[in-house]
Design a protein around this ligand. Sequence first.
Ligand SMILES: [Zn+2]
Length: 55
Amino acid sequence: MAKFTCTRCGKPLAVNEPVFFKLPLPAKGFTEIQANLKLTAQPYCTNCVQVKPKD
Ligand SMILES: [Zn+2]
């Protein structure tokens, strides 16, 4: 199984932990997202990515 660490702080990411993946927006949709995830996606933990919760 692949081990992921946060790209910014290096924190090991636990299974089922919410994470953010940074990737280029694909032109062709979800099929391309899958390919891009393997090649270019970088994981970030929730401490490093601050997203305002939607009310
Ligand atoms: Zn982090």
